[in-house]
Design a protein around this ligand. Structure first.
Ligand code: FAD
Length: 446
């Protein structure tokens, strides 16, 4: 698919140059490539939050499960995201969601998002994962004076529709709370959401899954998939894995050529991150940003940012539409400019790390969990719309429970289990994305 499938973005043989890679705890377990013909009950493709949460659940149920990962554990978005464990894994407005799926289904979906954040906290505790978890709380910041009333309206809407209590913060409140900046006019503070070290988390999930009995094969890219009457044969460069069922957990890195059931159904999009050197307390005072809260601005093409526990500042946003190395280098100054505009006092602070990765959108703008075939032997969970730390964990577990029939489809919100529809004229997806960026950019400016 034109530029977003540029081979430069699929360098499975080397880790991305992220701050998380530079600071993570070692994986601490062996994940040998598949080198022979092997058999298992359920195969999982992809060792990110989704795949490893599925593998963990299956192994704990006593299922014979193996994970095939093209790179290393957490190589995809899971090891290189902003580490915001929070709600918001959809781009569909709540009003449209309610019109399309009903109020009850939308409330169940909202509750699922809430539960997903709690699941991450629970996983950290249950499996003893040190992922630099922060206190709870997140804030959305009005990026224009015209957005202040929208935050007030949103506060009322969330209370009435989902019973969610948020706190409105005026410009003066922001200042008092250390959330000040020239581009922030008000805020809406929610109680759910916290920060983590995502690579430590995904490695912790891998250790927990392996301890429970899952076998994880790194450097084992699925290159050919045979669907036979008696099951699936998954070909990697080093061997073949036979499985009764398959869970595809590849999200924005989904190989549509190898998994034709996904063809035309997902839209990868780039997100990018910079991290600064540690800021001193004086530097933070000078900017007026002394809070550790997770923060986003109210743009449709939003920026997300937070101070890490060691004082570094993480700032992220979209990542352009050219996935090549040239596109990668070209995008860094654009993200840096946005950072400098919002945090001018730090314009000369050294940026030590910059990287990008794929998130995944669906045609319906909500995540999907469920089967892709009539016989219900091919499953997938994906499309968290750039917000899959928590939902990837939850949906990975959910898809595993569907595969073992521990959970029935109708126990999940119909928002998640509707048919995964194809994009109209899928070949034009890169153009849709470019068009959406132009449209949203215009909307964000007024
Ligand atoms: C820069 C960036 C910042 C983000 N920030 C946040 C954030 O702060 N909070 C948040 O909630 N979400 C964030 N996200 C999104 C979040 O990271 C993803 O939604 C989540 O990690 C998806 O997890 P996953 O396991 O489904 O997919 P991934 O983690 O992408 O894993 C898919 C795996 O599949 C493997 N794979 C692909 N093809 C094959 C194949 N043929 N054979 C075998 N394996 C294969 C890949 O190597 C990869 O490891 C961000 C994403 C990016 C890129």
């Amino acid at each position: 698919m034109a530029s977003t499938t540029h081979p430069h973005a699929f360098h499975f043989d080397r880790a991305v140059d992220s701050y998380w890679e530079a600071s993570a705890d070692p994986l601490g377990i062996d994940t040998p490539p598949l080198t022979a013909d092997e058999t298992c009950d359920i195969a999982v493709i992809g060792a990110g939050f989704t795949g490893l949460s599925a593998a963990l659940e299956l192994a704990e149920q006593g299922v014979d499960v193996r994970v095939l990962e093209a790179g290393r554990v957490g190589w995809g978005a899971s090891g290189r995201n902003g580490g915001f464990a929070c709600m918001g894994s959809h781009k569909l407005s709540y009003a449209t969601m309610i019109r399309r799926y009903g109020l009850e289904a939308s409330r169940q979906f909202y509750d699922t998002m809430r539960q997903s954040v709690a699941l991450v906290r629970d996983n950290l505790q249950r499996y003893g994962i040190d992922a630099w978890a922060t206190e709870d709380g997140e804030v959305t910041l009005a990026h224009l004076p015209s957005r202040v009333q929208e935050l007030r309206d949103e506060q009322a809407y969330l209370r009435q529709t989902f019973g969610d209590e948020t706190e409105f913060l005026s410009k003066d409140d922001l200042k008092a709370l250390g959330l000040d900046g020239p581009g922030f006019y008000a805020g809406l503070k929610g109680k759910v959401g916290f920060g983590i070290h995502p690579l430590n988390y995904v490695r912790g999930l891998a250790r927990a899954a392996a301890k429970a009995g899952a076998k994880i094969h790194a450097s084992s890219r699925l290159v050919r998939w045979e669907e036979l009457p008696d099951g699936h044969r998954l070909h990697t460069p080093g061997g073949v894995l036979r499985a009764r069922q398959v869970i595809v957990a590849t999200n924005g890195y989904t190989p549509e050529d190898v998994s034709p059931r996904h063809a035309g159904r997902i839209m990868p999009a780039l997100s990018s991150v910079i991290v600064t050197r540690p800021l001193t307390p004086d530097e933070r005072q000078a900017q007026g940003w002394t809070s550790d809260l997770l923060a986003y601005d109210s743009r449709k093409l939003l920026h997300y940012f937070r101070v890490l526990p060691n004082g570094r500042f993480l700032f992220g946003g979209r990542g352009g539409t050219d996935a090549s190395d040239r596109g990668d280098a070209a995008y860094r100054p654009l993200l840096t400019t946005a950072f400098n505009e919002l945090f001018p006092a730090w314009a000369n602070v050294e940026i030590t790390h910059y990287w990008r990765g794929f998130v995944c959108l669906s045609n319906d703008l909500v995540p999907y969990v469920g089967a892709l075939d009539e016989k219900q032997t091919v499953w997938t969970a994906l499309a968290y719309h750039g917000n899959g730390v928590a939902m990837g964990s939850w949906c990975g577990r959910a898809v595993a429970r569907l595969a073992t029939r521990k959970t029935a489809r109708d126990e999940l919100s119909p928002v998640l289990t509707r048919r995964l529809s194809r994009f109209p004229l899928p070949a034009f997806r890169p153009l849709y994305l470019k068009g959406a960026y132009v449209w949203y950019g215009w909307e964000d400016s007024r």
